[in-house]
Ligand binder design. Structure first.
Ligand code: PEP
Ligand code: MG
Length: 752
């Protein structure tokens, strides 16, 4: 059963569109279960009716034509109950309703399984047979398992189809595609799809105005690949038998005019650009081979992919023509990387979209630093057809609107205009102090990681750096930077902000931040080897970094060192010992550098309960609310499936924050917060009331938070905190906090 399931799921995953997806499902299930009928009914939103969407065994002419009103018939019953129904004789069931025209009269036995995706019913998968016998347990189990496994693929195909239907014309009702917040803000512009070099599956489709030149480029690329392969073949001639050698000819034959080469050329002649034509033809054949039962033939997919990638690489090299970018470009990619950001001139780049990745990917951190609205993890986005489309990027909610209707465009344009107006209005605050109406002062620091952050942050009036993510320079390199290289990088951060303090966090890799040159493969990376756990196990890396920081601080004295992911007091003691050892070493080597303040990040629930013991040993605490939220709520911060559960305003998170602030106060140590929550104006009042001395955030959040604090009083905020702590769910908490913003004329900062 497992093998049959695997094969069906694999085949479905290679389907190009919804019709093919459903067709494969009904045919394969009919075959595998040896039944006379298999059909899929898909739920239409918002009407709730179930549309007869695919069948093997009933009248295919009625596909897409017939539908059942919500709750009608046995299919409606499966959908409304959201459970499987298995009947020996469908027609004697009280809910049975004959659907005229689809030809189900001869069939007695009925087994229907709901297709559920993210708690929503997508449709119903039904098998029927004329013999009046109940489907047995293993058949029922098979259908349920298959339905659960295919729900994601059906949902993906549905979104792709809805989105593709919007191409060219502005649809009346249109589809939004959900992702994860990458960087806040609204962007309205034109999609520019960029691919990783030579990834044959990720090439955008577009027409060309110069077919002849495209054809020439294709032929040139083909001959270069031929030469390369003949070269390999020649160099191996002494080691291979004549038969083995003949394989190279077969391999090269794939590119001939009589084979795939000819198909690509025909597509180019019909107006497709060379890269798009190559990708379409190659991907069709790759999918075809991948579906083959025979493993030898299945493996031919690898050959076709390899050849396609080789030709594509040359085409990309040949594609010298200066790309002309739309005035407002939205960069879209399967997996955005920092280097891709450089492909579009900054003045044209208004938004970013990535199919993979999360709000914590370094490209998202970069986007926040640059103030570019970004949506990550848009897994259902049909990438290959998006080139040139109009797109709205809602970076506040992590949603993309492709080819939206006029009303939606105007609504988002109004939001973007409002943002612009709010930003302008905030400018004069750059030089103002951050204090409440009743004169309580709060320090606002900035989170950095890039050289480009520095001037911008200083201009915005940041009082210091509360979190310098040292892993970013590590992520942007191809090997560990040397101690001297690190010293120079840290020195420029410290110099730029001096005399303002700069809090450097020691290397926080692992989890989702892995270095290409130091791969960490684990089943549960967020519960595994990350942050201080890695650096304590590799003192040579840790000490090198500490020495570089301490040396960089010579003559400046504005360094603070912060330790990530501390879970136990022992880890802290070990880290403190290594810091002290590094300090002694560099002093002996003649560097004039004092021991800087040292702090611990509170990111793990264990550290919340140990906060006093930790605070006693260091100079400050800083809450990493991003990780603390993920670990308290047991929600992977990068997983789109559970992103609705990832909520900073969960009462448990607020209780933990209160308790950390209290622990720090009891030990007379300053406490800050440097996760995303610190930059959220909704949270400003309660964080201040909890006793946080410093809020450290992305540069773009500084002025909105300053404006919020300046509109509040500490006294009212303390009362508000008391009130909020009585509330038992995050929706109530969030709306109460929004109400406060509203009452203070700060509704411009409400984005939820
Ligand atoms: C955090 O976890 O809140 C934090 C600031 O660290 P990072 O987001 O880099 O994990
Ligand atoms: Mg963290």
């Amino acid at each position: 059963m497992i093998e049959t399931l695997r094969r069906i799921v694999q085949e479905v995953n290679t389907a190009d569109n919804l019709e093919i997806t459903l067709d494969i499902i009904v045919r394969r299930v009919q075959q595998a279960m040896n039944t006379e009928v298999c059909s899929v009914y898909l739920r239409d939103y918002p009407s709730g009716s179930l549309v007869f969407s695919a069948t093997a065994g009933l009248n295919t002419e009625q596909v897409g034509v017939v539908s059942l009103d919500e709750g009608r018939g046995l299919v409606g019953l499966v959908a409304s109950r959201e459970e499987t129904i298995n009947l020996e004789s469908a027609q004697s069931h009280p809910s049975f309703q004959l659907v005229p025209g689809i030809g189900e009269e001869p069939f007695n036995a009925f087994l229907g399984a709901p297709i559920m995706h993210q708690r929503k019913i997508l449709g119903v998968l039904v098998v029927q047979q004329s013999a009046a016998r109940r489907f047995d347990e293993s058949e029922e189990a098979f259908l349920i398992t298959l339905s659960a496994q295919l729900a994601g693929a059906i949902a993906h195909a549905q979104v792709s189809r809805a989105v593709e239907r919007q191409a060219g014309s502005v649809a009346e009702s249109f589809t939004k595609v959900n992702g994860i917040v990458g960087a806040p803000g609204i962007a309205i512009g034109t999609a520019v799809v960029v691919s990783h070099a030579a990834d044959i599956s990720l090439v955008a489709s577009k027409t060309t105005s110069n077919r002849r030149a495209e054809l020439r480029n294709f032929r040139d690329a083909l001959s270069k690949v031929r030469i390369d392969i003949e070269e390999v073949s020649r160099s191996l001639s002494s080691e291979l038998s004549a038969e083995d050698h003949a394989l190279f000819d077969v391999y090269l034959g794939i590119l001939d005019d009589s084979s795939l080469g000819g198909e690509v050329a025909r597509l180019i002649k019909s107006g497709q650009w060379a890269q798009g034509a190559l990708s379409q033809v190659m991907m069709r054949h790759i999918k075809h081979f991948e579906r083959m039962e025979h493993s030898y033939l299945r493996e031919r997919a690898v050959d076709v992919r390899d050849l396609g990638s080789r030709v594509l690489a040359y085409l990309q090299e040949e594609d010298q023509e200066e790309r002309i970018f739309p005035e407002k470009a939205i960069l879209v990619s399967e997996e955005l990387t920092a280097s891709m950001l450089g492909e579009i001139p900054r003045e044209n780049l208004v938004g970013l979209v990535s199919v993979r990745g999360s709000g914590n990917s370094h490209v998202a951190i970069l986007a926040r630093a640059m103030g570019i609205p970004t949506v990550m993890g848009v897994v259902d986005l049909p990438l290959s057809s998006l080139e040139g489309w109009s797109l709205i990027v809602d970076g506040y909610n992590g949603v993309i609107y492709p080819n939206a209707d006029k009303d939606t465009c105007s609504r988002f344009q109004a939001l973007a205009d409002r943002d612009l107006a709010v930003t302008k209005e905030l400018e004069p605050l750059k030089t103002e102090t951050c204090k409440t109406r009743d004169d309580h002062r709060l320090t606002l620091w900035v989170n950095t990681g890039l050289m480009s952050d520095i001037d911008y942050s200083i201009d915005l009036g940041a009082d210091g750096v509360g979190l310098y993510r040292t892993e970013i320079p590590f992520l942007l390199r191809e090997s560990f930077p040397s101690e001297e290289e690190q010293r120079r990088i840290y020195r420029s951060q410290l110099e730029a902000f001096a005399p303002r303090p700069v809090t450097m966090r020691t290397l926080d890799i692992g989890g989702d931040k892995s270095l290409s040159y130091f791969p960490i493969e684990e089943d549960n990376p967020f519960l595994g080897w990350r942050g201080i756990r890695v650096t304590l196990d590799h003192p040579e890396i840790f000490i090198g970094q500490l020495r570089a920081m301490l040396k960089a601080n010579e003559g400046l004295g504005n360094l603070r060192i912060m330790l990530p992911m501390i879970t136990t007091v022992t880890e802290l003691n070990d880290a403190l010992e290594l810091i002290s050892r590094s300090h002694k070493e560099i002093r002996l080597e003649g560097w004039e550098s004092n021991l800087p303040p040292i702090g611990v990040m509170i990111e793990v629930p264990a550290a919340v309960y140990q906060a006093r013991a930790l605070a006693r040993r260091v100079d400050f605490l800083s809450v990493g609310s991003n990780d603390l939220t993920q670990y308290l709520l047991a929600v992977d911060r990068n997983n789109p499936r559970v992103s609705q559960l990832y909520d900073h305003f969960n009462p448990a998170v607020l209780q933990a924050l209160v308790s950390v602030a209290a622990a720090a106060r009891e030990e007379y140590k300053p406490v800050s917060i440097c996760g995303e929550l610190a930059g959220n104006p909704q949270a400003s009042a309660i964080l201040m009331a909890m006793g946080y001395d410093i809020l450290s955030m992305s540069a773009n959040s500084i002025l909105p938070v300053k404006k919020t604090i300046r509109s509040l009083t500490l006294k009212d905020s303390v009362n508000l905190l008391d009130e909020v702590l009585q509330l038992d769910d995050s929706i109530k908490i969030s709306s109460r906090l929004n109400q406060v913003l509203f009452e203070n004329g700060l509704e411009g900062f409400i984005h939820r």
